[in-house]
Unconditional design. Structure first.
Length: 373
């Protein structure tokens, strides 16, 4: 097969850190906070904006609080679990690597005894009918390593005794989230917004705040996880007074990404961009027998971390990925290390559909090459 001649303008299809927004130029960032204290009026203003603009653009319900926290989405999730879990039983759902990681932390690190594990293999999703909302419920909205997402929030009880704690790092700004049914939501800048790594976002409902103020865990609480003082919420944390020193350059980059979201039409526009990207790949898969979605049910197919299997050997998959990288047609598209052999193409809002269209002939070419060898 003849090698294609047109390449994606941006061949960055990594699932994290993800592609920068279209038209991004680091020189456009507002840099007056660089070299200044994050505790200065200027630094606190920028960090406060990261919290308030997030709430405004996402359309969070009244009373929800937003904080910038350390250590990316993982840090935000650990902060939530170590601070909130314990007074009730826990139902934890897992159908891919990161969900399984939360199972491990809850059972082996926090050593909670009343834990109900509801699990499914790669390509499937957990059985929501088994969830007991008298317990706290921990789950990922989008399985980044399996390409399997929660289809909607209908399964979540509006009237519930426990808290819902949702790792939504590759879903926020790309999927419709039922905020009134989510008590804790975590995500990171480097996913759908194409921001920089190292910082997490923690969103708390009033119910989560009440838990924080009415419950003290039995285990020692590292300083980096503490959200209360004297039994009261540390309100400054949700106004830009971070626990540790953040990168003000990364904060400026995040504010740039939020401004881009607003310019293109808000969250509805970013969701539409991501869904249009998924359709490009869906049409391609339907036209080629050698490539398939890892997610078996179309209703649960992620529109961000699109995971695909190829009808070739594992070694041929590795060669397929290396061929595309060597040609500069696609970078970082190999499946996650713990996932079944295949490829993973990020389709979040910062990816341009034209780049995906340009990628398709290269996928066909690379497949022909590995099959022919």
């Amino acid at each position: 097969m003849q090698q294609p001649t047109v390449k994606p303008q941006s061949p960055n299809f990594s699932s994290g850190p993800c592609a920068k927004r279209p038209g991004y130029n680091v020189a456009d960032l507002q840099l007056d906070t660089l070299g200044r204290s994050h505790r200065s009026a200027l630094g606190k203003k920028a960090l406060g904006l990261a919290c308030s603009e997030t709430a405004r653009i996402l359309g969070l319900p009244d009373g929800y609080r937003v904080a910038v926290v350390p250590a990316s989405d993982t840090g935000a999730m650990e902060m939530a679990m170590w601070s909130l879990l314990g007074p009730r039983g826990v139902d934890v759902l897992a159908w891919e690597s990161f969900g399984s990681g939360w199972v491990t932390d809850i059972v082996k690190q926090l050593k909670l005894s009343n834990v109900n594990k509801i699990e499914a293999g790669y390509g499937d999703i957990a059985d929501f009918s088994k969830v007991n909302f008298d317990n706290d419920v921990v789950f990922t909205w989008n399985g980044t390593t399996s390409g399997v997402k929660v289809p909607d929030g209908n399964w979540i009880a509006a009237e519930r005794a426990g808290l819902t704690i949702c790792d939504a790092t590759s879903a926020v700004f790309a999927m419709e989230l039922p905020w009134d049914k989510l008590d804790v939501v975590t995500y990171s800048w480097q996913k759908v917004l194409g921001g920089e790594g190292g910082h997490g976002m923690l969103i708390l409902s009033p119910r989560a705040v009440a838990r924080l103020e009415g419950y003290t865990p039995s285990w020692p609480m590292p300083k980096i996880f503490r959200m209360t003082s004297g039994g009261k919420l540390t309100e400054g944390l949700f106004k830009g007074e971070t626990i540790n020193t953040p990168s003000m350059l990364c904060v400026s980059d995040y504010l740039d990404a939020l401004a881009w979201v607003e310019r293109i039409g808000g969250v509805k526009a970013t969701i539409a961009r991501s869904e249009a990207n998924l359709k490009v790949l869906t049409d391609f898969v339907e036209s080629n027998e050698w490539i398939s979605f890892l997610a078996r049910d179309p209703a649960t197919r992620s529109n961000t971390s699109v995971c695909l299997t190829l009808a070739v050997s594992e070694e041929q998959v590795k060669k397929f990925v290396k061929l595309l990288e060597a040609q500069g047609a696609a970078f970082d598209i190999g499946a996650y290390k713990d996932a079944p052999a295949g490829i993973r193409i990020w389709c979040g809002a910062t990816v341009d559909s034209r780049d995906l269209q340009a990628l398709l002939p290269w996928l066909t070419w690379a497949h022909a090459q590995v099959v022919a060898d």
